[in-house]
Each structure stands twice: as structure tokens, then as C-alpha cells.
Design a protein around this ligand. Structure first.
Ligand code: GLY
Length: 369
């Protein structure tokens, strides 16, 4: 088991990465509780597969667990999902001193975390992420949110968990497609700031995707180390944390166009978005086209799309993509913000990207003008 500290002073917490952490959950959560009861927020898929294990682990430490099991899928991360969850928490009579356990992927973690941020003006929560994407990205760093019809994650709060338990065993039952989608976020860390890790992924990507224990553990640990370090330095994304959005401006536009559903998973959108960001960087002579090609090769080797043409819904109308990008919460005064790259492992925040340059680039990539 590896433990990584997210160094946020009085709000610092550990991200524990290893095997059998669900079995240890009661023992690890008990010291955080004022009374021995928690609400466990999950979805029907995760709860069906792993709920009994978590309930038994909590009961083993004398913790009364009240499951709140929601439908799976992005539509749960909505005002309606939040209303349902809040009502259930109120029905249970959870108090300020109580705690919520988020047991699921990014949707459950973001929704339960946001509910924890606002329930009775804020209660504690623990993340037990069950997907690779949630383990390496969304469960760490305290970003919580719901989506609206106008875009993803537009209503939310920074609310840090008290503990994250990333149990690698949970990934054994993860669908290959979800594994590949989460792996896009792993590649992101190499691309944004660690060339040696990028090279390691070039050599070991297949082993990670094949869930070979040592490779998987290294990939999750290195990703979380990088995220913890960035979050500790810039919790509320005033500067460097924005690097974690590499590929996300393109990705969010594509997700908005494909309806945040099964056609294009968030991680798949990020994979394509990163390839686009690197090619856009090369088109602007910021990085070499060899670097863009090398990034694309690693993304494609994971079975992820790297071009607009491969994405269901192609050809996308360029004006609609630009409109989604302008709606993105990273856009300031109508200027588009992108994370671009000077080299592999060398990303930077570009705040005032000219929409006309993005438009021509997207048309050259196959978007409809
Ligand atoms: N997923 C991006 C961040 O946590 O900042």
C-alpha cells in the first residue's frame, strides 16, 4: 500500500493506493467519525458488484452504513440527481458531524462531493473511487460539481475529501472501455509535466491496460503524486492546476455535442482532446510535429480516438464547437483558454487563444464550416 499526502495544511489528507482497501475501509474511516454511521452514495452497477464487501467492511468496524444507490450515468450528476440525494440525506437525518462515503466513479464522486459541500453548509466525505479515471483524477483534489444543460461541471464547489481509498482490486471488474477512458487521464500526467513517465507509458501502456498489478500500481501512484503536488500548490486553480485540463477544452465541446453519454465517455473525449491540443500546438509552432505524433501514438495505442473523424457525430459544426468552448468556465472575457504544449512533458496555460485560429484548425481537422 502506498500513501500520498495532499498537503493542504489543516485540510491535508491521504490518498491510499493498494489492494484490499475496501476490506480495510471501516478501520480507516472509523477515526474520522463522531458517531458510527455514514451514508454511502453509489450507483446500481457498483453497488451490485461491490456493495456487500463495503457494507461488511464498515459493519466489521461497528459502522452503520446507509446506502443511497442512484442510477449509473452522467445524467445522475444533475440538479435532479442532487435533489434526490439531498432528500435522502435529510431523510436519514445526517448531521454536520456525520460523513458521506462516495463509492463509485467520477459521476458519484463529483455529485456526492458536491452534496457534501452544501449539505447543512458542508459535511465531511471520503472517496472510494471505483474506476481508473476516478482513482487517478476526479477523486483527488476536491473538485465537485454537477452538469447543466449549458455544460459540464458548471455548478460546483471546491470541497476536499478527508480520505481517498484507491483500491486497485476494484479495477478488475471495470469494463475495458472504461479502463481505456481512465488511461487517457494517466497519459495526461506524462504529457503535461513528466516526460520520463510519458516514456514509461510508451513502454508499459499495454501492461497498465492489462491490469498487471505492478504496472497498474505505478501508473496510479505516479498520477496521484503529480495531482497531489499540483493541488497542494494551487488548490483553487489560480494558475498551475489548470494544466490538469490538458485536452479538456476540446473534450468538453465534444462531450457537449455528443450529449455526455455512451457515444463518447469523458476519458475518450480527453484522449481525443489531448491529441487535438498537441496537434494545435504543433500547428502554432509551439511544439514539433514529431512530439504531437508521439503523443497521438500513445493515445491511439490505448485504443482511443485521436481525431474528430473517429468520433460518433462527425462531422461536427465548427461554430457549435467554438460556442461550447466559449461557454467553458475557463474562458475569460470571451477569450479561449487552452492548455498547449512546448514539448512532451511541457504543457502551459494559453489564456488568450484567438477563436479564429481554433476555427481554422478544427475545419482542417474535419469539422464542418
Ligand atoms: N480534473 C482536473 C482537476 O482536478 O483540476
Amino acid at each position: 500500500m502506498t500513501s500520498i499526502t495532499v498537503g493542504l495544511g489543516a485540510r491535508a489528507y491521504e490518498v491510499e493506493i493498494g489492494e484490499n482497501l475496501v476490506e480495510a475501509a471501516g478501520r480507516k474511516i472509523a477515526p474520522l467519525l463522531k458517531r458510527a454511521r455514514v451514508a454511502v452514495v453509489s450507483d446500481t452497477n457498483v453497488w451490485g458488484l461491490h456493495g456487500a464487501r463495503l457494507s461488511a467492511a464498515l459493519a466489521g468496524s461497528g459502522i452503520e452504513a446507509h446506502p443511497i444507490v442512484l442510477p449509473p450515468g452522467e445524467q445522475t450528476k444533475s440538479f435532479e440527481g442532487l435533489a434526490t440525494l439531498s432528500d435522502r440525506l435529510l431523510e436519514l437525518g445526517l448531521d454536520r458531524g456525520d460523513l458521506i462515503v462516495a463509492f463509485g466513479g467520477g459521476v458519484i464522486g463529483d455529485l456526492a462531493g458536491f452534496a457534501a459541500a452544501i449539505y447543512k453548509r458542508g459535511i465531511d466525505f471520503v472517496q472510494i473511487p471505483t474506476t481508473l479515471l476516478a482513482q487517478v483524477d476526479s477523486s483527488v483534489g476536491g473538485k465537485t460539481a454537477i452538469d447543466t444543460a449549458r455544460g459540464k461541471n458548471l455548478i460546483g464547489a471546491f470541497h476536499q475529501p478527508r480520505l481517498v481509498l484507491a483500491d486497485l482490486d476494484l479495477l478488475d471488474t471495470l469494463a475495458d472501455r472504461e479502463m481505456r477512458a481512465g488511461y487517457a487521464e494517466v497519459i495526461k500526467y506524462g504529457l503535461l509535466g513528466d516526460f520520463a513517465f510519458f516514456e514509461w507509458l510508451e513502454a508499459n501502456g499495454a501492461a497498465v491496460l492489462g491490469r498487471e498489478p505492478k504496472a497498474l500500481s505505478h501508473a496510479v501512484t505516479r498520477s496521484v503524486q503529480m495531482k497531489a503536488e499540483i493541488v497542494a500548490e494551487d488548490e483553487t486553480e489560480q494558475g498551475r492546476r489548470a494544466l490538469l485540463n490538458l485536452g479538456h477544452t476540446f473534450a468538453h465541446a465534444l462531450e457537449a455535442e455528443t450529449g455526455y453519454g455512451e457515444d463518447l465517455l469523458h476519458g475518450e473525449a480527453v484522449g481525443a482532446g489531448m491529441a487535438l491540443a498537441l496537434r494545435f500546438s504543433a500547428a502554432r509552432n509551439l511544439c514539433s510535429s514529431q512530439d504531437a505524433h508521439r503523443a497521438e501514438t500513445v493515445i491511439a495505442a490505448a485504443g482511443l480516438a485521436t481525431t474528430l473523424v473517429q468520433i460518433p457525430g462527425h462531422p461536427f459544426a465548427v461554430e457549435r464547437l467554438i460556442a461550447h468552448m466559449a461557454q467553458d468556465k475557463k474562458a475569460e472575457d470571451g477569450r479561449l483558454t487552452f492548455i498547449l504544449a512546448r514539448k512532451l512533458g511541457g504543457a502551459f496555460v494559453a489564456k488568450d487563444v484567438d477563436a479564429a485560429a481554433v476555427r481554422s484548425f478544427l475545419v482542417a481537422e474535419g469539422a464542418r464550416s
